[in-house]
Design a protein around this ligand. Sequence first.
Ligand code: NAD
Length: 260
Amino acid sequence: MLKGKSVVVTGSTSGIGLGMARAFCAEGANVLLNGFGDAAEVERLRAGLAAEFGVQVVYSPADMSQATQIESMIALAEAEFGAVDILVNNAGIQFVAPVDEFPTVKWDAILAVNLSSAFHAIKASLPGMKRRGFGRVINIASAHGLVASPFKSAYVATKHGLVGLTKSVALEVAAKGITVNAICPGWVLTPLVEKQIDDQARVNNLPREEVVQKIILERQPSRAFVRIEEIAAMAVFLAGPGAASITGTSLSVDGGWTAQ
Ligand code: NAD
């Protein structure tokens, strides 16, 4: 369905980003991978996707907290593929602490990676999208872009910010063949969440399964993790022709979390 299209997925060496990169490759799109990781492991991922799906896959190690590196990443994708048709702002980090104890350095890092990176990547990608009269921007926000939890002030602030950025940019480009949307996942079992389960198990001295059911999934009425493939399927749908008139909105994939 997306044959010949070019996709940039930030933070795609792991978790949801990697799942989306894989889904876009499966649709025939060329994909730029980005994120941290062991160089040999990242190269194995890159070459594996290219070989399995017969598409072009390139890797950029750009740090999403650095504006100039984000600009270089978009320039690399444009040079390699000739375009960035679909931009998925996915890179994200988390830190949990009461706001009056929240380390300022963590606050600054979360704002940079979760929110400002999307601004820089959008700013760098839009001129090409406007020239070609086609573009899809997909921002990976969170249920925490719509509702809050305590002790996650920076994360919640950035995810609400992403939802606002989504609406504003969507209005700017609505008549130019470019859509801008946010996906708001509930709990998805990825390395980001594995770490939170381990932390909670340690702090509360509980077995992992009890942490998952009583603490992690307590607010997700389905009482099950959202699968990475479900988020990837939503991203592919938003990138396709069936979603041409969907713009400026937030799509929850959260097992009912934000219906409460
Ligand atoms: P993850 O930790 O598995 O993956 C994060 C990716 O971002 C990795 O590839 C990592 O290398 C990359 N990354 C981190 N800092 C970076 C930086 N400075 N520069 C470049 N890359 C960087 O996390 P995940 O759970 O797959 O999360 C992906 C996105 O989904 C995040 O924005 C997260 O907030 C969002 N999200 C996750 C969940 C969940 O339950 N897992 C729920 C809602 C939203």
